[in-house]
Design a protein around this ligand. Structure first.
Ligand code: NAI
Ligand code: MG
Length: 360
């Protein structure tokens, strides 16, 4: 009996509806070539349409509906003409991340063959690091409020929430990750010179964790210079761990340095495996190009490779990534416009799926 995995697919809005089918095409090719089975169930919530019809982004029983799947394969949510972005994001994706305790957001940053970095003098292999972002607390709390609204005294307050459990577990994940990589180098992002209560605490916990990992070379950078160094010397990083807000920014900046955000993948991981983890491209629903069939599907497909890795199919995961690299390097005629090519979403997805099948 071959392994069988149950996957919940959520297409979402905009180009999510175009790139998820290409991701599934490649996952099915990998399953076929590597001898496992995928049961994919598509769900039509977490999108503007659902909000229009039901006045909510999700059905009330979403946790039961999704909780039994082995993983969630997610496109992108957001259609600001219809639903304000904070409503669509808090009403869906952030519910998944918190409800399923996906406390690690992992984003690989790799400059692949066939992709030109916007940074001068950087070629394939020169940039290869991982951003580990805390995904459930920190600056993205909804603790706070407004008082004296509409008056001169109008006052707005929003708190950062750091818990010892929350900080330690994401640091531990990052240190474990660094310990398993050849360079064994970890950098933590901080801003303890400006944010004088929360960030010194983050530094304290990171320094304590570093003591438990004598093999890992650990250092810290303040977020401002860290952002600058991502651009100036991205090759020096190996694993970068950051709070929710800092990690969010770094994990868009990193992939941008490695080409286009159209190829960047991410994993929202529940390392305890109590709940399904969620795999999605870094990009959003891109209303500006939605419906034209030109969105780059590579971020979605690479997210699928991360999902296979998480499910315990590392050979299939590596094969998907290798197929992506070969097509990007050798098939300029199928590349989408963001990569400087004349191709389409479906054409690029089909080429990568064929490569996966061919390589077996
Ligand atoms: P975006 O990532 O959707 O688009 C930014 C720019 O990158 C646009 O010019 C877009 O055309 C381009 N782009 C993005 N993905 C691409 C791809 N695969 N191929 C080619 N070009 C691509 O970010 P933006 O414009 O800030 O947000 C649009 C909507 O997406 C908003 O509603 C936002 O809330 C939502 N969003 C959702 C996310 C999620 O579901 N995880 C993440 C980020 C934004
Ligand atoms: Mg972001």
């Amino acid at each position: 009996m071959s392994q069988r995995y149950r996957i919940a697919a959520i297409l979402g809005d905009g180009i999510g509806r175009e790139v998820v089918p290409e991701g599934l095409r490649c996952l099915r090719a990998a399953a076929e070539a590597h001898g496992f089975e995928l049961d994919v169930v598509e769900h039509d919530f977490a999108c503007a349409d659902h909000w229009l019809r039901h006045g909510a982004m999700l059905p009330p029983d979403w946790k039961d509906v999704l909780g039994g799947f082995d993983a969630i394969f997610f496109g992108a949510v957001g259609w600001p003409e219809v639903v304000p972005d904070h409503v669509s994001l808090w009403g869906s994706l952030l519910q998944f991340r918190r409800g399923f305790d996906q406390y690690v957001n992992l984003r690989p940053v790799r400059l692949l063959r066939g992709v030109r970095s916007p940074l001068r003098d950087h070629g394939p292999g020169d940039i290869d690091f991982r951003v580990v972002r805390e995904n459930t607390e920190g600056e993205y709390s909804n603790v706070g409020g407004r008082i004296f609204e509409g008056t001169d005294r109008e006052t707005v307050l929003q708190e950062t929430v750091l818990t010892r459990i929350g900080v330690d577990r994401v640091l531990r994940y990052a240190f474990d990750l660094a310990a398993g990589r050849p360079r064994k180098h970890l950098t933590w992002a901080t801003k303890s010179n400006g944010i004088s209560i929360a960030m010194p605490y983050w530094d304290e916990r990171a320094a304590a964790m570093a003591k438990q990992y004598p093999d890992v070379v650990a250092d810290k950078d303040h977020i401002d210079i860290l952002a600058a160094k991502f651009v100036l010397r991205p090759g020096q990083y190996d694993v970068v761990v950051a709070s929710n807000l800092f990690g969010d920014i770094l994990s868009d900046l990193g992939p941008a340095c490695a080409g286009t955000i159209g190829i960047a993948p991410s994993a929202n991981i529940n390392p305890d495996r109590t709940w399904p983890s969620l795999f999605e491209p870094v990009h959003g629903s891109a209303p500006d190009i939605a419906g034209r069939g030109i969105a780059n599907p590579v971020g979605q497909i690479w997210s699928g490779a991360m999902m296979l890795e998480h499910l315990g199919e590392p050979a299939a995961a590596a094969a998907v990534l290798a197929a992506i690299e070969r097509v990007l390097a050798d098939r300029p005629e199928v590349l989408t416009p963001d990569l400087g090519g004349p191709g389409t979403t479906e054409g690029l997805g089909t080429a990568i799926a064929a490569e996966i099948a061919w390589a077996g």
